[in-house]
Ligand binder design. Structure first.
Ligand code: TRP
Length: 330
């Protein structure tokens, strides 16, 4: 059976290798077997008061990066959240059945209260209502979410159940999380520590130019080198091998593992190889990105078709919701 899949995409922060191997590559595959809705969550972005002068360019750039990485407007519905006013209307209706207490207890809200105490706005509090509407308005059955979004999906299921119960209907299915299993890979950072992440400042971006990309890889943290044959890998070296196993041919990885084991490895060559193989993955995407971002007409067409398809699906659900809640035309 085909699932209806909805996924919201943050509108800030360029895509990095961690995003690519952790999720994006799976999104590209997911499109083949499911009815997917991918959208840029620009309304959600307002909860942190972005600069109006940058909002549009951020949305445009992120959209172009997703298209460059393989999201396909012929296979999926790709749209901008704010292009679908039905979402905002249903968000108002949904909020009547969402309780302040449960929103205040959400981990993401508590986190924001800590991080931006000067801007604890109502939109921030109701972030989960909006996200639930993003999902329920298309009657999604599956949502690909990372760990940090699981609580939001749990709330979405609760709101769906609650709506169905209050009105004695079976309008909303309860969306399950789309599990990529072993396909979802955590990419380590090149600073020898944890995973690659924007806030860690250790990212290789898909649109990095050759030179700065090579430079970042050459600056990756290593160690003093193996002192005796078959010594165990230190964390930074293990991280580099993890990255290499994602981008390089298996024989190449084996060759460097053997060189490590017999102490003949030279980290300079090792990193050079990794940088070249990363570039083999990212260069085609960066080139497509550079084409797409210039092609205003293409982008306009993509979001127009996306908005039309998304609105058709959203309007259907909204009409049902309005009717169930008692609105009638005179
Ligand atoms: N909150 C999600 C994030 O920060 C983005 C998002 C908004 C989303 N609406 C969604 C994800 C609906 C999945 C489904 O990553």
């Amino acid at each position: 059976m085909r699932d209806i899949v909805v996924s919201g995409i943050r509108s800030t922060g360029n895509l990095h290798l961690g995003n690519y191997y952790g999720a994006l590559r799976n999104f590209v595959k997911m499109q083949e077997e499911n009815d997917c809705f991918f959208f840029i969550a620009d309304l959600h972005a307002l909860t942190t008061h972005p600069d109006p002068a940058q909002l549009h360019d951020n949305v445009k750039s992120i959209l172009a990066q997703y298209l460059a990485a393989g999201l396909d407007p012929e296979k999926s519905t790709i749209f901008i959240q704010s292009d679908v006013p039905e979402i905002s209307e249903m968000y108002l209706l949904m909020n009547m059945h969402v309780y302040i207490g449960e929103l205040e207890r959400t981990a993401s809200f508590k986190d924001k209260v800590r991080k931006q105490p000067e801007n604890v706005n109502a939109g921030l509090l109701t972030y989960p209502s909006l996200m639930a509407v993003d999902i329920l308005i298309h009657k999604a059955t599956k949502v690909p979410v990372g760990k940090d979004q699981e609580q939001h999906l749990e709330l979405t299921r609760r709101f769906a159940r609650r709506f169905n119960n209050i009105y004695g209907v079976e309008l909303f299915p309860e969306p399950a999380s789309y599990n990529f299993g072993s396909e979802s890979i955590k990419v380590p950072g090149l600073d020898g520590s944890g995973k690659m992440g924007k806030s860690e400042g250790n990212c290789i971006y898909l649109i990095d130019e050759d030179k700065p990309l090579r430079k970042k890889v050459m600056k990756a943290v290593t160690d003093e080198g193996p002192k005796e044959p078959n010594s165990p890998l230190s964390q930074p070296i293990e991280n580099l091998f993890t990255v290499m196993s994602l981008v390089s041919e298996p024989e190449v990885v084996e060759q460097y593992k053997a060189a490590y084991a017999d102490c003949s490895i030279r980290y300079g060559d090792f990193k050079k190889q990794i940088a070249e193989d990363i570039l083999k993955v990212t260069t085609p995407m960066r080139e497509r990105y550079n084409e797409i971002i210039k092609d205003e007409e293409y982008m306009r067409k993509v979001v127009k078709i996306g908005a039309e398809k998304a609105r058709e699906s959203a309007a259907k659900t909204l009409a049902e919701v309005r009717k169930i809640m008692g609105f009638k035309s005179f």
